[in-house]
Design a protein around this ligand. Sequence first.
Ligand code: UT7
Length: 357
Amino acid sequence: MAKNAVITGWGYYAPSRVMTNADLERIVDTSDEWITSRTGIKERRIASDGETTSTMSVRAGRAALEKAKMRAQDVQLIIVGTASPDYLFPATACLVQAELGATRAGAFDVEAACTSFLSALAIARGMIVSGAVENALVIGAETLSRLLNWKDRTTCVLFGDGAGATLIEASNASVGIESTVLHGDGTKGELLMVPAGGSKIPASSDSVERGLHFITMAGGEVFKLAVKSMADAAEEAIAEAGVSLDDINLMIPHQANLRIIDGVAKRLHFPSEKVFVNIQRYGNTSAASIPIAICEAEATGRLRRGDKVLLVAFGGGFTWGASVLEWYGAHDGVRPASPLDRARGVLGDVVERVRPL
Ligand code: UT7
């Protein structure tokens, strides 16, 4: 059985269409000043007509597999975290599985709103460490622009589209994903939801007329709970990993609102220069925000081998959670010849060989 699960590949995709705050000023009664000062957002990406959660997931997933030098047919599990799937079913993960040609992979979606990626990561880690699978492609992806009421200024200025992916692999090394904590409070579900389109309020001309298929949110309530819950989960994940906050080199929080991110850091007495922020360019991409941020942090040299990383998220449900991991990075190009070798946990030996512990 593998001792640990490590991230060996990562990639993201953001639609090329940029919508700035100035663009929004022309659509709804808002201003760049309001959006920037209340949220930190300057622009967001919006999917083009042909793009969906699955097409963006495929692009991110392919990039993660390339980084890990893993063939699609060797992937054993695909989990897509999303609240904006292509369909109610089949799962977006199945569409991704087909398009990637991941013929041996199991596939399912996880829906925990903005905590979906962390939830999928926790499942993948558990299945890898238990020996059920050797690897998993974990994707967070959203096309929230299709669930927004573009006449509702309280929500449409906040969200954006995109996808991020990580490949997680079994490892016998003593480093990897060291803790995952997840929480939920369904009594607050109605504060952030898409009311119609499910079994309670099926899609009908009436539901569409009343705009019930759009995201609704009591922003202030969400805000208050987000800061405290994320800070609490961060402390829990740190304790479970057996480290202290001082050991954390980089915090990658879910990018919902710059004031929430600052509030979490302040509550934890965590230095803001060690917090990764890219909300100004993407807005809130929900499940995609953490994996996109992982990719950008790595690309800009803020994630180096051996760094301790704290991931933390909060979202509708309510759901929240955190994870501590030690960044391993892409393995150094030595990959066991066959899936059988991998089944024997050879990657772990590779990990240990290239990175003395
Ligand atoms: O991903 C996890 C889930 N989502 C979140 O974490 C989001 C959490 N919430 C928030 O980020 C913030 O609550 C918001 C950014 C949504 C709102 O910020 P706020 O400081 O809580 O503002 P508010 O809701 O108290 O609204 C203040 C005013 C209101 O006007 P009145 O009633 O005081 O006259 C709003 O109508 O701002 C008005 N307003 C706007 N004005 C210009 C709301 N949206 C806009 C807008 N442009 N886009």
